[in-house]
Structure formats: structure tokens, C-alpha cells
Design a binder for this molecule. Sequence first.
Ligand code: SAM
Length: 343
Amino acid sequence: MDLSDINMASDQSFIKKLTHERLKYYLTPSDHNYEAFSNIVEIGLTSKPKFLLPQYLYDEKGSKLFELITEQPEYYVTNVEISILESSVNEIADMYNEGILVELGSGNSRKTKVILNALFTRRDSLRYFPIDISHKILEESSEALLKEYQNLSITGVVAEYNKGITLIKKDTPSRKLVVLLGSSLGNFNPAEAKKFVKMISDNIQDGDMFLIGLDMHKDSNILNAAYNDSRGITAQFNLNILERINLELNGNFNSEKFEHHAFYNESKRRVEMHLVSKVEQEVNIRGIKEIIKFKKDESIHTENSYKFTSEQIENMIKESFQIVKIWTDKKKWYSVILMTPIK
Ligand SMILES: C[S@@+](CC[C@H](N)C(=O)[O-])C[C@H]1O[C@@H](n2cnc3c(N)ncnc32)[C@H](O)[C@@H]1O
């Protein structure tokens, strides 16, 4: 086998790349990515109010900054979720003892290792399908996992969640445990989240499982601190999207003329992240042939992170999934939920 072989996968919108006998990737062609990014920048920055989509925060630098966020003392999400996973994973692995592991938004796959370790105590080999829009982080984490787990085969899919899960459904009829951690579902508004959950249910079979981690509604001081860490890493992560536009779409944003603004919007139960223009200014983005005008204090809304109540979770999933079990921490800050699809 030629390990540097690059050819089109059966799905024409993916390129298949084999790099090792236990590692292959499905990649979205770069012109598709460019088109998708330039479209959203054009639509978002010419809308009122201005917005961008959170998945574009994760270029190579953004993904590294996100890893740093997870190490900040104020950002409790990662540690709380890992501790819940550690205490629940044996029970999960007992219930799911065959089939593949699919992870949506796998990032650096740090939490995945907790799941892999438990699955490998119950079987000799496993196929893992990480799906992430961020190419570099997916490659780096897949290569690290490949070295660490000799009996793991990895098919990485660099794509949006929906495209990735549909591809995997076509690629393999195996039983699936699909995981979505880091409260990433909270980036969708409630209607989108309900539709997304239904889409997952439609793409898996009877007996498959869906494991999801969700951040719960809590005191706004804790949430405000988590998204405004004292080292300013979340601010750098947010501002980096302007640098990405400069690099990829030939823009001339001066990120020093914008300010990170994140706050818990209690009535909408979401942390909103914005970039606020410190001055009146014009920005030229050649890739979209637009000059974007900003008034002083005008903002670009870059991300929502919805926080959940038990009732909302129940309402969001009840038409698509049946809950097998919910695990939480002592303070009830976070929930990990295992479900099976209703067919
Ligand atoms: C909040 S991070 C979570 C990473 C990891 N799962 C964790 O819990 O630490 C979200 C991850 O999902 C990826 N991502 C965000 N939106 C996505 C989308 N629409 N489709 C595919 N991947 C996405 C990002 O690149 C990033 O790696």
C-alpha cells in the first residue's frame, strides 16, 4: 500500500488520505473550506448586528488557544467533565462492548483517552472516528493516539459535524457510540440544538448510543469568570478570528482596535462572546471584496455557549432519544448523559 496515496473517496466531496495502515483521513477540499469561510464572513459582517460562526474560531492557532483555555483555573468545564467521565466510564463501557467510537468535535482527544482506556480493558481492538473542522488538531491528536494505542485504528474526518456523521454512516454499518463533549452542543440555539440531536438520532441505529456532556445553568459570577480568564487567553482566542480573516481572506483588521467582551445573558441562559470595536473604523477584506464599517462600540457576535437546565435537556432530546443514565458532579455544574435513539 502506498501510504502517501491521496485519492477521492467514494463521496466526491471528500479527499481520502492514507498515512499509516491504522490511520486514514477524509478531508474536505480546501476550495470548499475557503468558500464556506468567505461566505460566512461576508454574510456575518454585512448583517446587522454583525456576527461570525463559532466553528471558525478553531483554526490552528485558535485550537491551540482553546487547549490553553482548558488549563485556566477559571475554566472549570474540562476538569469537571473529565472527573464525571472517570467515575462513569466503566458503566458506559460495560453497556457498550462492541462497535466503533465516533467523536464529534474531538479537539485534542484528551477526554477520549478516558473512554478508550475503559473500552480497551474489555476488548482487543477498536476503530475510532474523530470528526473535527480543525485539520491540524485532528492530525496531531490522531497521530499521538496512534502511537499510544497499538490496537486502535483511526479514521479522522476533517469536516463539519453533519457532513462527518453522514459520511461515517455510509462508511460503516457497525454499532456506534457517538460522543459530543465539552458542551459543544451549547453553541447552537435551542431550536438548532433540538434539530441537531434529531439529526444524530437519524444517522445512528437501534442499539447505538449517544453520550453528551452539557454545562448547566449556574451562578453568573462563575460563568463570567470562566469566559474572562485573568490571563486573557479567552480574549486572545476570540480576537484570533480577526487574524484568521486577515490571513485567509486578505483582510486588514487591527485586532488592537477590538476588545473581547463575554458575559452571561441570564434571560437567554447563554454566555455571549463578542468583539467590540474600540473606535469608529473601516476594515477592507479583499477576499470578499467588501469594506466593513464599524461604529465605536459596535460588536461582532462570535459565539454563544448555552447553559442548560434538566427540563431543557429533557425537552431537547425527548423526541429523538431515550435517556439511559445521567451523571453529574456534586455541585451539579455539569451533566454527562447516555442515550439510545428512539426508532
Ligand atoms: C469546545 S471544543 C471541544 C473540544 C473537546 N471535545 C473537549 O471537550 O475539550 C470544540 C471542538 O469542536 C470543533 N468544532 C467546533 N464546531 C464544529 C463544527 N461545526 N463541526 C466540526 N467540528 C467543530 C472545534 O474545532 C473544536 O476542536
